[in-house]
Ligand binder design. Structure first.
Ligand code: AKG
Ligand code: FE2
Length: 258
């Protein structure tokens, strides 16, 4: 993220987002609960809603989601954080969208895809999509195996490309060779300032006829961590009208993916 003119600007936006996150997530629970999420592209999710990393635990992260389409179209009654910080979200979403699209263009070219099937065609700026910015906070917990809330469960991302920024340890990835093994070997992804972690999601796996794979990843409390963990994820999703064949061989329309 150090080459090119626009990239330092992205990093500035990342820092600005961290400042916002500390402030926003630091508010009393009652205030955050006022914008509880009623769909999967907008609003607040407290900790403990989903299953956690270990059996019989719940997740240990809060999220605030901002949909790209919502920002572009403008809501009639926007929540306070959008009224006040719309410009910040708009420019962050645009910057990450550009990064993700540029990656798609490179991938299409490297895969030697025919003009009619280039990946960027399924992600048209003018069309509606469920692309979303997700701000995540993992409140600090004493490292304690008895905790009922632990991390972020093993999953693949559902969209096409994820652009994730974090300065802190916790994210782990499972190599393809380890999938389905009795003893899965999880490897920590080193957080590097000035770098984004890029994930291929399931939609891209299908759009590329499985030439690209989506990897399993999860978040666990990292040893030595003594503070809250913050991450910023932009999930680029295909245009809502895009169709592709899923792992069951069924034709799926992108906006039907939960
Ligand atoms: O917080 C992280 O490091 C990863 C988050 C993630 O995988 C997700 O939100 O899908
Ligand atoms: Fe993920």
């Amino acid at each position: 993220m150090t080459d090119g003119e626009e990239n330092p600007a992205v990093l500035q936006k990342v820092d600005e987002m961290y400042v916002f996150m500390r402030e926003w997530f630091g508010q009393p629970d009652e205030v955050k609960q006022e914008v509880l999420s009623s769909n999967y592209t907008d609003g607040y999710k407290p900790t403990g809603i989903f299953a956690g990393v270990r059996e019989n635990t719940r997740d240990a992260y809060e999220t605030l989601k901002v949909s790209h389409m919502g920002i572009k179209k403008g809501a009639t009654n926007p929540p306070p954080y959008l009224q006040v910080r719309k410009g910040m979200f708009e420019s962050y979403l645009e910057a990450c969208n550009q990064i993700a699209l540029r990656l798609l263009i490179c991938l299409s070219s490297h895969l030697g895809l025919d003009k009619s099937e280039v990946l960027e065609n399924f992600h048209q700026d003018k069309e509606d999509s469920n692309s979303t910015l997700v701000l995540l906070k993992y409140p600090y917990q004493e490292p304690n195996l008895e905790s009922h809330q632990i991390g972020h469960i093993k999953h693949t991302d559902i969209g096409s490309i994820t652009v994730l920024f974090t300065d802190q340890w916790g994210l782990q990835v499972l190599s393809a060779a380890d999938q389905g093994q009795k003893e899965e070997q999880w490897k920590f992804v080193e957080p590097r300032r000035g770098c984004a972690v890029i994930n291929v999601g399931d939609s891209l796996r299908f759009l590329s006829q499985k030439k690209l794979r989506s990897c399993f990843h999860r978040v666990v409390p990292a040893k030595g961590q003594t503070v809250d963990r913050y991450t910023i994820a932009y999930f680029l999703r295909p245009s809502n009208s895009a169709t592709f064949v899923d792992s069951n061989g069924e034709l799926v329309t992108a906006n039907k993916l939960a």
